[in-house]
Design a protein around this ligand. Structure first.
Ligand SMILES: [Zn+2]
Ligand SMILES: [Zn+2]
Length: 264
């Protein structure tokens, strides 16, 4: 049984990852423009045509801007989204994807993978995260990859799914002081900080420190703001989390980098 997880990037200028299990390739979000996506896939020796399905969390462009280009190169692509997200994205598309509509909060199957859509609080039509259970011969090699970006705050449902992840991608969007000091207008600062905005570094740390038991061995902090965060600040905060969970490998994703992380 083969397994690989590649993060092509996660930041406010593009979110995209690929899970490869036994020759099936699932993409989570497609927030890279066409040429950038092609280049990022090429570095992994992958082509657009090799992707079997893409799963879209919400309609913000940093999660779906590359969809049209991906479909042009791969017309057979299955595109999973809930109804509201599909409707918003379709409104801006000339092509019609092979939409595979799911209900938010349900678990569905795709080529041996169980995918659970997790409702998240964020200012989009019906935003979700995903937990992907990859098939395995035995439980020792089974992997659950959980993709949680763009969270205004951590709900009970999110805590539940964070605790069950083997490989966790979690947002750590901004440092409070840097956001304060930034030249952003007040209404935008409020939007980012709001219950339906983004998760701060401290909120991400507190979410993890507040878990009684969790099983992840790989943690990726993502969706860092380029202007209002630094990888060094997140790294320092995560030392507290490492001290509580010594089997955890922590990677802070640099928002300026493409292809920042691969796991197999
Ligand atoms: Zn986003
Ligand atoms: Zn968003």
């Amino acid at each position: 049984m083969s397994f690989a997880f590649h993060i092509l990037g996660t930041s406010s200028s593009g979110n995209c990852s690929v899970i490869e299990t036994n020759g099936v390739r699932l993409m989570l979000d497609v927030g890279f423009q066409g040429p950038r996506l092609e280049a990022a896939l090429a570095k992994l020796s992958l082509e657009a045509r090799a992707i079997d399905a893409v799963f879209i969390t919400h309609e913000h462009s940093d999660h779906c801007i590359g969809l049209a280009a991906l479909i042009r190169q791969n017309p057979a692509l299955k595109v999973f989204a809930n109804r509201e997200t599909a409707r918003r994205i379709q409104g801006a598309l000339k092509v019609r994807p092979d939409w595979q509509i799911f209900e938010t909060g349900t678990t569905f199957e795709f080529r041996g993978h169980q995918i659970t859509s997790i409702p998240i609080p964020h200012d989009a039509a019906d935003p979700v995260g995903f937990a992907v259970d990859c098939p395995a011969a035995d439980s020792a090699t089974a992997r659950r990859v959980t993709w949680l970006t763009d969270l205004g705050h951590a709900t009970e449902v999110i805590r539940y799914h964070v605790a069950l992840a083997d490989v966790l991608v979690l947002e750590a969007n901004y440092d409070d002081e840097m956001l304060d000091a930034s030249g952003r207008p007040q209404h935008l600062k409020q939007r980012i900080r709001g219950n339906f905005g983004h998760l701060s570094n401290l909120a991400a740390r507190d979410l993890l420190l507040g878990l009684r038991e969790w099983q992840a061995t790989e943690l990726y902090l993502g969706h860092l703001s380029k202007e209002c965060n630094r990888t060094t600040i997140v790294e320092a905060l995560m030392n507290e989390v490492r001290a509580h969970k010594t089997d955890l490998r922590v990677t802070v994703i640099d928002p300026l980098e493409d292809n920042p992380a691969s796991l197999s």
